[in-house]
Every structure is written in C-alpha cells, then in structure tokens.
Design a protein around this ligand. Structure first.
Ligand SMILES: Nc1ncnc2c1ncn2[C@@H]1O[C@H](COP(=O)(O)OP(=O)(O)OP(=O)(O)O)[C@@H](O)[C@H]1O
Ligand SMILES: [Mg+2]
Length: 336
C-alpha cells in the first residue's frame, strides 16, 4: 500500500506562490505522470512529496497519515533525478549498496538486494565498473537500482531520461514500464517533457499550468476530451491545430482545434482549401502544411510519403466529430 493524498497544497518562496491549491489523489501502484510547461512547478511538487521542500500550507498524506513533518528518509520514497548523481569513485555495486550500508543492513542482505536489483536492470555484468566506464543509459539504470534496493513504497522520477539519446530513451522507457509491471504495489510519479513517455507510461497524466492542476485523466481521456484549450494544445505531438478568427467564427467558436491525424487531403469539397507551403516527410508519415488563411498554417498528417509542390492547391476535410470548439474562456463547447 502506498496511496498518496495531496490536499490544498500551497508552496511559496517568500511572497512568490509556486504551487496553488493542489488537490490530487494517487492510488497505490498507480503510475502518475506530471507534465506542463517549463517553470509550472512539476519539480517543486515532486520535491514537496519527497520532503526535500517544506510544504507552505495544506497536507500530504501517505496511506492516510499526514507526513508534512516527516523526514525524507522516513517517507518510504526514493527519487531518481535527471542527473544520475552517482558517486564517481564507487563501483556500481557500492553505489547501489550505499544507502543500505548507511542503514546498517547486514552484508548478506545488501548482497541479496543489490544482486536482485542488478538482475532486474540488466546490470549484473557491470557491478565492478565505475560510473565513468558506463554509458548514459547504464548510469541511469544504476541510479534507478540505487532507489530499488531501498524497497521504496513510492518512486519519484524527475525527467530521468532527458540526458539520453533517442534510442536509449526508448529502451530505458520500456525498462521503466517493465519495472512498474514487476513492482505492482509501488506507486510511481514521473515528470517528463516527452509526449511519448507521458502517453505510454502513465496510468493517469496530471497537467500542471502555472502552479495549478489543469486536468487529470488517463492519457486517452486527455487526448480525446481535453477540458480546456490549454490541455488540447499541450497533449499530442505534433500539436493540435488551433484556429481563431474567421475560420472559428464560421463554426460558432472562439477557437477551433483539430489534430493533424484527423484531417484528410481530398480532391475537392473539403472544409477548407489552400496552398501547400511546406512538407515534412518522415517516411512512415508526412506532415503537410497548408495555408488556409487562418492565424497559422493547418498541419495535415498523411500516411506514408507525399510529394506536393509548394504552392499546390489542396482541399482539406476534417473527420466527423473531430473539430474541437472552445469559447473565449478556453472552455470546450460541443464538437462539430
Ligand atoms: N528555491 C527556489 N526559490 C525561488 N523560486 C524557486 C525555487 N525553486 C524553484 N523556483 C521557481 O518555482 C517555479 C517552478 O519551478 P520548478 O522547478 O518546479 O518548475 P518545473 O515545472 O519543474 O520546470 P522545468 O520543466 O523547467 O523543470 C519556477 O518559476 C522557479 O523559478
Ligand atoms: Mg523540473
């Protein structure tokens, strides 16, 4: 069991309010992902949960007990940072064993736990190496291993993969998903800027904006039913097309949003027509930028490759029910 409850949590630095009335329940064993623009307070919230920052007002409870005043080491929480923060002069084994040694664990217990963690993270053959003799992905796994041996009830990750190259990110992302699967009762809270990580790892995503929670839901809930213009524009990559002005007026909204994957290029008779101004061929799919005279070009996703001449006139239609409409307060109104 490791259920977290955040009630009316505020965090201020002097007179600057960083977190404003955060209310969030995280279930035991849940994988919760925090996303939001840079500076919105994700790391601060994580640090408040870990006990590395004081909570200014409100409560944090773990399994029903308020832990605001409890020391970080007594919260059953382990945190993995973006910078691995390994001890450079200790080999992998000692790096992982360190926290247990400090707790005066027996040699046998240390050996058993470090060996098991190394096995889980495929680090067994690197136990004698120093951090500098490891790749970035291996170092990050050691940092995770250091957290695992402490048997935490709650795992906090602050952008753990952002220093890794693309291939290693994918591999380590899958390892973290597996880790979550094998540690059923361990609650994980994970901060990321990466859309794919958020969508694929999360049971639920919490979108933060300017120190407040904007929306919490499963990845598909947020993708399909954003409760604000902000979430609509934030979740999804490439992002949702958001059009104001006469295009929106024509549909009775302040802003109309439509995702690139919900648009089709058609011979004629589409909702909009315009000139192709740019094309991005990714091999598996292509993003075609069409100037329809709106505030920004419309991005259309096409399966496979495409080859439009710049300036070619195309017609664009939106799939039924996929036009998101928002009022001037950014709140959703019925779809078209
Ligand atoms: N010790 C501090 N004193 C004063 N302000 C701080 C302190 N730490 C963070 N802040 C401010 O709090 C706000 C939130 O910072 P935080 O690091 O939580 O953002 P974040 O969402 O993690 O951003 P990023 O995505 O860039 O990591 C920022 O405006 C930051 O400048
Ligand atoms: Mg941060």
């Amino acid at each position: 069991m490791s259920q977290l409850q955040i009630n009316h949590l505020f965090k201020r630095y002097g007179s600057v309010e960083i977190l404003k009335d955060i209310n969030l329940d995280i279930k035991s064993g849940e994988f919760m992902v925090f996303v939001g623009p840079s500076g919105c307070g994700k790391s601060t919230l994580l640090r408040c949960i870990a006990g590395l920052e004081n909570i200014t007002a409100g409560t944090l409870s773990i399994d029903g007990e308020v832990v605001n005043e409890r020391a970080p080491s007594r919260r059953g929480i382990a945190m993995v940072f973006q910078s691995y923060a390994l001890y450079p002069h200790m080999n992998v084994y000692d790096n992982m064993a360190y926290a247990l040694k400090i707790q005066n664990a027996s040699k046998d217990e240390i050996k058993q736990k470090v060996t098991a963690a190394a096995e889980k993270l495929q680090l067994t053959k690197y136990l004698d190496r120093l951090p500098k003799q490891l790749s970035g992905g291996q170092r990050q796994r050691v940092a995770i291993g250091r957290a695992i041996v402490r048997d935490p009830k709650v795992f906090l990750f602050d952008e753990p993969l952002s220093n890794l190259d693309a291939a290693l990110r994918v591999q380590t992302r899958i390892e973290i998903a597996n880790l979550h699967r094998t540690m059923e009762h361990v609650t994980m809270i994970y901060v990321t800027h990466d859309q794919v990580e958020a969508m694929t790892l999360a049971d639920r995503i919490c979108v933060l904006r300017d120190g407040m929670i904007e929306q919490v839901g499963t990845p598909l809930e947020l993708y399909e039913n954003p409760q604000s213009l902000f979430v609509a524009g934030f979740i999804g990559s490439p992002k949702m097309n958001l059009m104001t002005g006469k295009v929106a007026d024509a549909l009775g909204a302040h802003t109309v949003g439509v995702r690139p994957e919900h648009l089709n290029l058609v011979e004629s008779g589409g909702t909009w027509t315009g000139a192709v101004i740019h094309e991005e061929n990714l091999g598996s799919d292509t993003f075609v930028y069409v100037d329809i005279g709106a505030n920004e070009p419309l991005v259309v996703r096409v399966d496979g490759t495409a080859s439009h001449k710049t300036g070619a006139q195309v017609s664009v239609s939106a799939q039924a029910g996929k036009l998101y409409r928002f009022d001037n307060a950014g709140k959703p109104i019925s779809r078209a």
